[in-house]
Design a protein around this ligand. Structure first.
Ligand SMILES: Cc1cc2nc3c(=O)[nH]c(=O)nc-3n(C[C@H](O)[C@H](O)[C@H](O)COP(=O)(O)OP(=O)(O)OC[C@H]3O[C@@H](n4cnc5c(N)ncnc54)[C@H](O)[C@@H]3O)c2cc1C
Length: 443
């Protein structure tokens, strides 16, 4: 719990996504009293999509008091099956039941709206958190000692927000990051991943007349069908009432307008064509998507940034470590950011701009290597899954074959036990608690 003077810091958070909600809630739990969240959207009406709820995310959310609520309708995974997209032949199978015993939390899958709304409901119970919806952050007028930015409500006059510390939780398209990079004359290039994703949610009633599809929604399992430059990952969510599919394929629709849009209405015939050589079971599922309801996302990342903290302004989540989704860790890492920030800020030895900056550089120190390591593993995992015919694919498939005898690494990295140890075995809040004084003294 933070000492009294620290608790009254004026805190501004831009963005009420995964990172913003986690940061606000974690700070309130540490006893901070003045937490203002500015969100562009008019409410948190969330995009329908599934999300993997990894044990490192669950551990943080449990401490923030909202895991039990999320867990209620999430699905506890027993295993994962990686299959050849064209034939449905199983390439690899990994039992995931050991995870709960080893890391004390299960690996679950759930609905994104359940995750976000549980965090939001937990925030609303905190008197210290004030939400300002339909309000976007515009120009940052000062970065410190008291950061100042323009708040632009959808209705009414613009106004200036001044605070002691500003958290940019404004996602992959972060305009605060862009302003900061311009200020420092740094060109962190957008990396065009060349990949896009369809996100699909099928209702149980649409699958129930097809025994093969019903079997999928009834299993506590993640299935990944892979093919050259494409894959589909799928799992049941919402107490098995919804089957979530997330695809990855070469980006054709965004390539011509790389910085303008990130989501677009997709074309169903095009989606069917992209996965035209996948097995009939997969194509039957894709065909269940109503015409006009195909939603396509561009997958975008940035080069790593040299810093996440400038004076008293702090980058969080996708604003500083956007990732490909292949490791299912983007939201988990944004949530870890919020938890580490709150621990570090609560340990401020004095209330000065310099101390705030140093404490936030401790956050950066604890988080940066870990987050960028996972970004790189996600990219490598995507490359392994998307291989076309050739030597590398032969090697990969040998690894899959060895798995049948319980040996060797899993090419689909989120299911690899060593990678899981790296991700789930690290308690970032505990590390921050234990290392803060030493790291702070070095800053
Ligand atoms: C296909 C796909 C699948 C994924 N699957 C998983 C998964 O299984 N597990 C997982 O952990 N992660 C997953 N992710 C990643 C995860 O969704 C993101 O990493 C996560 O949402 C990042 O959180 P954030 O808070 O940084 O950004 P966001 O959640 O994007 O939130 C940013 C918020 O800021 C607001 N905002 C933006 N600009 C402004 C402004 N100027 N003023 C005010 N508000 C503003 C936005 O409206 C938004 O609410 C997936 C991503 C994709 C694309």
């Amino acid at each position: 719990m933070a000492p009294k003077a620290v608790k009254y810091l004026d805190i501004a958070i831009v963005g009420a996504g995964m990172g913003g909600l986690a940061t606000a809630l974690a700070l309130a739990k540490q006893g901070f009293k003045n937490i203002h969240v500015y969100e562009y959207a008019s409410n948190l009406g969330f995009v329908g999509a599934g999300i993997q709820l990894a044990p490192n995310m669950a551990r943080v959310l449990d401490r923030l008091g909202c895991w039990a609520d999320i867990e209620k309708d999430a699905v506890d995974l027993k295993d994962t099956s990686i299959r050849q997209g064209s034939t449905d032949n199983e390439l690899g199978h990994v039992d995931l039941r050991y995870i709960r015993d080893t890391y004390l939390y299960p690996h679950m899958v759930g609905h994104r709206s359940s995750l976000a709304s549980s965090m939001y409901e937990a925030c609303k119970k905190e008197k210290a958190i004030f939400f300002h919806f339909a309000t976007s952050a515009g120009e940052v007028q000062s970065w410190g000692e008291r950061p100042r930015f323009e708040a632009i409500p959808r209705e009414g006059e613009k106004y200036t927000v001044e605070c002691d510390v500003l958290f940019a939780c404004d996602g992959v398209k972060s305009t605060i990051r862009d302003q900061l990079l311009r200020l420092k004359n740094i060109d962190a290039k957008i990396i065009d991943t060349g990949q896009a994703a369809y996100r699909i949610m099928l209702r149980r009633e649409d699958m129930q007349n097809d025994p093969e599809l019903l079997e999928l929604i009834d299993k506590e399992s993640v299935t990944r069908w892979i093919g050259e430059k494409r894959h589909i990952i799928a799992y049941p969510v919402s107490s098995k009432q919804i089957y979530n599919l997330s695809t990855v394929q070469p980006d054709q629709n965004f390539a011509s307008a790389p910085s303008a849009t990130y989501t677009t209405k997709g074309s169903k015939p095009q989606m069917m064509e992209v996965f035209g050589d996948f097995c009939p079971k997969v194509r039957r599922m894709l065909d269940l998507v109503p015409d006009g309801e195909v939603c396509e996302w561009k997958l975008r990342v940035h080069e790593p940034l040299p810093f996440w903290v400038h004076e008293q302004t702090v980058l969080v989540g996708d604003a500083c470590h956007p990732t490909l989704p292949h490791l299912a860790q983007g939201a988990a890492q944004a949530i870890e950011d919020g938890a580490v920030i709150a621990v570090a800020l609560s340990k401020l030895p004095e209330v000065t701009p310099t101390a705030i900056n140093k404490a936030m550089r401790v956050y950066e120190e604890v988080r940066k290597d870990r987050a960028y390591t996972l970004v790189n593993i996600a990219a490598a995992s995507g490359r392994a899954m998307h291989l076309g015919e050739g030597k590398e694919k032969e090697e990969r498939d040998k690894q899959f074959a060895a798995l049948k005898d319980g040996k060797g690494p899993v090419p689909d990295k989120w299911a690899d036990a060593d990678i899981q140890k790296t991700i789930y075995g690290q308690d970032v809040m505990k590390i921050t608690e234990e290392e803060f004084d030493k790291l702070y003294a070095k800053m």
